[in-house]
Design a protein around this ligand. Structure first.
Ligand code: SF4
Length: 377
């Protein structure tokens, strides 16, 4: 976890005059997003290679970050910094193999039979894509394709069609509002969405998938948003921390505010080569999440998205990490390691092997210390 100095942003020249009031305002963070290298040239020690990567990737995926997220980079000279690597383009994205292996929509979200904005993959759940805007562009994003279109929230009419679809399909119990990032929407629009979903009786859970807690935690300092969470008590937040440097004392404050409304917070991590693919980093991340009262939920094998596969580890790496966590970390902190199957065929969990063999009246297990234990029944 990073403990940030008071007014930590002032170490960065371009923000040295920004007041606490502005810095802590989530709208200021979005309005002052950085979308080009220009203001950063003097700060970030940009290499020639990075300059070329910025130029060459500009048409396929934008660069964008909130000032807060960028300011979490501990050492601006370090090109291997895990936050820098999540937002800075690299030439590896353009590598022929990386481009060839992936697809822009590996889970066929745009092709599922439903309507525009809704992906109905599992019988009891739908994905509700509320906007294609995010305050940060993550290089490993599984929905990179949507940023190629004009960034916008959906219109009222489009939302109404989406509500109608959910209303008609009574087997839908859970709606995952995602995007882009739905918590970048203004409160009024969010209220309109939540209000309409809340009125559909067969919906039990409204899950909001958002990275704002990671990249703009000040979003949750907004009392009006907290009132909405309090009122619409079917809401769960699912966020996306990938590295311990992203968890800060400000995260902790924000989570405390969310929890005060009775809204649970879960986390999904993506296993990313060169960013978090080692046992200690994942262990520290899971501990930090627990400290802030965020429940680790999934650890995903990196999705086969075009331009992302340089982040992919081998499958075995994740199994080794899961094996390492078992016995070192309480069950509360252990996520489910999973692969999302291409073609929209769903997620499958993968576990280290603990059951070694099983007979009619006995079973042999391996424990976390590799001790072999036989039990009889
Ligand atoms: S915040 Fe989420 S949807 Fe937006 S770019 Fe990052 S991973 Fe993709």
């Amino acid at each position: 976890m990073q403990y940030l100095d008071e007014q930590f942003w002032k170490r960065i020249k371009i923000w040295e005059d920004v007041s606490l009031e502005n810095w802590q305002n989530w709208k200021w963070q979005i309005a002052n997003r950085l979308t080009s290298l220009l203001p950063l040239r003097n700060v970030l020690n940009i290499s020639k290679q990075e300059e070329i990567a910025f130029e060459k990737t500009a048409d396929i995926f934008h660069f964008g970050t909130t000032p807060y997220y960028l300011s979490l980079i501990k050492d601006f000279k370090d090109r291997q910094n895990p936050i820098r690597k999540q937002i800075f383009p690299s030439l590896e994205e353009l590598d022929e193999e990386v481009q060839k292996l992936g697809s822009l929509d590996p889970f066929l979200e745009d092709k599922m039979p439903s309507i525009q904005g809704i992906t109905h993959r599992y019988p009891d759940r739908v994905l509700f894509r509320a906007t294609n805007f995010c305050s940060v562009y993550c290089r490993h994003c599984m929905r990179k394709r949507m940023f190629l279109e004009e960034e916008r929230a959906r219109t009222k009419e489009e939302y109404e069609e989406m509500f109608e679809y959910i209303k008609k399909n009574k087997n839908i119990k859970e709606v995952l509002i995602s995007g882009g990032d739905p918590l970048t929407l203004p409160n009024k629009k969010l209220e309109f969405i939540l209000d309409n979903l809340y009125k559909i009786d067969h919906i039990d859970i409204i899950r909001i998938g958002s990275r704002e807690l990671v990249v703009n935690p000040y979003r949750f300092f907004d009392e009006r948003l907290l009132e909405l969470f309090d009122r619409y008590d079917k809401v769960w937040i699912v966020t996306h921390f990938n590295h311990p440097d992203e968890v800060t004392d400000i995260t902790k404050k924000a989570v405390k505010l969310i929890l005060s409304t009775g809204t649970p917070v879960l986390n999904q991590t993506v296993l990313l080569k060169g960013i978090n693919d080692d046992e200690k980093t994942i262990e520290t991340l899971m501990r930090d999440l627990l400290r802030t009262k965020i429940k680790p939920y999934y650890l995903f094998f990196c999705d086969p998205v075009k331009g992302v596969l340089h982040f992919r580890t081998d499958l075995e790496k994740g199994i080794k990490i899961m094996d390492y966590l078992r016995g070192r970390l309480s069950g509360l902190g252990i996520p489910i390691y999973a692969v999302d199957l291409e073609g929209g065929l769903g997620k499958v969990p993968i576990f280290p092997q603990y059951l070694i063999e099983k007979g009619k009246s006995h079973a042999t297990f391996r424990n976390f210390e590799n001790k072999i234990v036989k039990i009889f029944f």
